[in-house]
Design a protein around this ligand. Sequence first.
Ligand code: PEP
Ligand code: MN
Length: 336
Amino acid sequence: MKPILIVGPCAAESREQLLATARALHPSTLDSRLSTLDYIFRAGIWKPRTSPATFQGVGEQALDWLVEVKRETGMEVATEVATPEHVHAALQAGIDYLWIGARTSANPMAVQSIADSLHDRQPKKVFIKNPVNNDPQLWLGNIARLEATGVTVAAIHRGCAHRPCWDMAYAVRTARPDIPMLLDPSHMTGDSQLVATAMNRVGELGLNGAMIEVHCCPEQALSDARQQITPDQLRDILASAFLPFSKGIDHLPLHWLRAMIDEVDADIWTHIERRMALVEQIGEYKKSEHMAPLQPERFEAILHQRLEWADMHHIQYDTVRMIMNALHQEALRRQS
Ligand code: PEP
Ligand code: MN
């Protein structure tokens, strides 16, 4: 499978922004090895955002800008579609690739209506992101809906709520090893500082490429400003991540399992942080009511219940006692 790298801004904001970003990303400017990959320029023009108060994309006018990028740089171009009208307009304009975003991917009827609109005319490929909810069967179902039209499909793992969902990605990778799976480290982390590290997973897990948000001036971006990187930062990432792209390493189950362990540990840390924030709120209350931080009967009651959970979850009593004592120590320190 030829590796795929899709780069470009979260959204097309103006003709100037789009052309400036595309020129900076051209293989002759950035890295000549890019011409050996399927190297595609992206920009969203219809943005399915959470809040109507935020930037919704500039709409159809940006199709002309994307076509201009294609004409001027020779790069193939991709945009996101959420409705049959988007599909029609994008294909009519000459957009090469389409992708379906995570919010649309959560709605099988929306995906079916997009699939239905692909019967007459098709792009070179449709990329389908994982749904925002952790549901591998829904993702696989969406792939099947699209494939039924005869179009070529690839998957993009972008995680859920700025964290990975490696178990969902692994389920789809295992069920469909025949289709490419790309990583979207931008939406998976939500943080430009974390994109480079996340990109190591492409090689480790034997993925087939990546979709990365790159903006000529990320600090001025109208959407996803925190996660977009500069063309120079992309060049640095490619300096270390290019080899996995060009090699197409077989996937190693051990690496997938370790990625899942890392994700679970990150979740445990998040939960501990949340627990300690509650502990501190309770600490304030105890102070205002002149209560001592240590309330032995409350700790005994908690421990008793957590030991019952130990049975339910097949964890040894000693382990549960150790975990609860450690959490309690940290809690008392924060309340004293
Ligand atoms: C995007 O790629 O700009 C986008 C909106 O992504 P997602 O659907 O993953 O949120
Ligand atoms: Mn985005």
